[in-house]
Design a protein around this ligand. Structure first.
Ligand SMILES: [Zn+2]
Length: 468
């Protein structure tokens, strides 16, 4: 029996289901536009074979190991490297067996949907992963990965990806993006400018990062205006390397609009390494407004991804470092927080800001009303913990009546797991088609409008919003 049902995620009622199917058929084969994610550009630059099923599905995917960890499986046994270099499990097959023995933990989670999709569509499995077939899975995936048609570039083409954005720090020299460009391979892999390491005083190594920024640009980053000039220069470089967007992962959506003198004083404080939590927050907020100002000049679309309490588990952070599945959503406000930036730039025709949230209570209370009014604002799709069938439904139900469809930007897969990209876009297309079908059956939309929207949600909006 196949792992995937053709009608998965569609509405249960036969009339709605029939329409959802035909809407879905009209968008199923559209190219994938992936404007925000965290795949490694080295994969496409070097085009080397992926190592093993374990390196592909477990080690890079914090959705996978956070669930295993929550059930008492040590990260060491999953091969997650330690910061101090103390040894961890390195036998990829053993790690895979541990994962397979616990595959039931993922029942009804989006990870399960994505994994089953890859197992069936990419590797041809029809039997659910379990302890008994763990070795067979591991071997068959390993054999496939050694073949040329499973190299990163071949998969990129097979997945019908029109454009894929990665995310890099301003301190990155973008050598892999350059190599991709120089290689003559036509796949479009672009970068996005993620300045957190040099604009967030609480980011690990912030002071050293400012030094590295000075070295890269030849600007004096101990001076406020030299620092801004250095950032402007790196943005121009990223833009020349294909970036169309910036991305800001601040703890809150706070913005500030200080005078030059106040901003200079604040910059001296954060550079000293002795700033208070309040001053760090003020500085990040000021930098969002500075970034908006720069976006007006260079046209990069801003994405604001606030509200994650990063590295919540101090012990895991100390032993394994960041991005280990210990990030937890926080209550997040937007109305007061964005006001200083919006007072300054909220009505600019040339600026575009895409807002994301991990706090679903903000959808109908704050985000939809803001995006339904301010010309500069659009809403990013259901993100991270909410990038799931129910999360996508909640998003549409709570924002559409106030923000409409046209203040949203299509789908982002936001993933490190390259092979899951088609699966994630497929889930989004199915859910959107199911919801459009329901609205048609309720006579809220005409059928022709639903077909037009299905295409916009899958393909049109994202290209427009990210200027791709
Ligand atoms: Zn992201």
């Amino acid at each position: 029996m196949p792992l995937l049902h053709d009608d998965r995620l569609f509405p249960a009622h036969p009339d709605t289901r029939a329409l959802a199917r035909s809407l879905y058929r009209s968008v199923r084969d559209l190219p994938i536009v992936s404007p925000h994610g965290h795949t490694d550009p080295a994969w496409f630059a070097l085009n080397e074979a992926f190592e093993s099923a374990t390196a592909l599905f477990i080690t890079p995917d914090h959705y996978v190991f956070r669930m295993l960890y929550s059930q008492g499986i040590p990260l060491e046994s999953l091969g997650v490297p330690t910061v101090d270099g103390t040894p961890v499990e390195t036998d990829a097959r053993r790690i895979w067996r541990t994962f397979a023995a616990h595959y039931h933990l993922f029942r009804a989670t989006p990870s399960r949907t994505w994994l089953d999709h890859v197992f069936q569509e990419v590797f041809g499995f029809e039997e659910r992963l379990c302890s008994t077939n763990a070795d067979a899975y591991f071997d068959r995936i390993g054999e496939a990965l050694a073949r040329p048609e499973f190299r990163p570039r071949a998969l990129f083409e097979r997945f019908n990806i029109e454009v894929l954005a990665t995310t890099e720090s301003p301190l990155d020299d973008l050598r892999h993006h350059r190599a991709i460009r120089d290689s003559g391979w036509p796949g479009r892999v672009i970068t996005a400018f993620r300045p957190d390491p040099v604009v967030d005083p609480d980011y690990e190594g912030f002071a050293g990062n400012l030094g590295a920024l000075a070295e890269l640009t030849g600007r004096d980053t101990s001076d406020w205006f030299g620092y801004l000039a250095a950032l402007r220069e790196r943005r121009a470089f990223f833009g020349a390397m294909g970036a169309t967007s910036t991305d800001h992962g601040h703890p809150t959506a706070a913005t500030r609009d200080f005078s030059d003198r106040e901003a200079e004083r604040l910059f001296r404080r954060v550079r000293s390494g002795e700033c208070s939590a309040r001053e760090a927050e003020d500085f990040r907020g000021q930098m969002l407004t500075e970034m908006a100002k720069m976006s007006l000049d260079d046209g990069l679309v801003m994405q604001i991804h606030p509200g994650a309490f990063r590295n919540h588990n101090a012990r895991v952070f100390g032993r394994f470092g960041r991005d280990k599945g210990a990030d937890i959503p926080m209550r997040t406000g937007y109305v007061d927080e964005l006001k200083p930036l919006l007072d300054r730039f909220g009505n600019e025709a040339g600026l575009s800001i895409i807002l994301f949230t991990l706090d679903e209570t903000a959808y109908s209370r704050e985000l939809a009303p803001l995006a339904g009014h301010y010309p500069v604002l659009k809403l990013g799709p259901a993100w991270w913990f909410h990038d799931s069938p129910e999360g996508m439904r909640r998003f549409r139900r709570q924002v559409t009546e106030t923000a409409g469809f046209y203040n949203t930007v299509g789908f982002n897969d936001d993933t490190r797991a390259f092979l899951s990209i088609p699966a994630r876009h497929d889930v989004a297309r199915r859910i959107d088609c199911g919801m459009l079908a329901e609205w048609v059956v309720e006579h809220l939309l005409e059928e022709d409008e639903a077909f037009e929207l299905a295409e916009q949600l899958a393909y049109g909006f994202v290209k427009q919003a990210y200027r791709l």
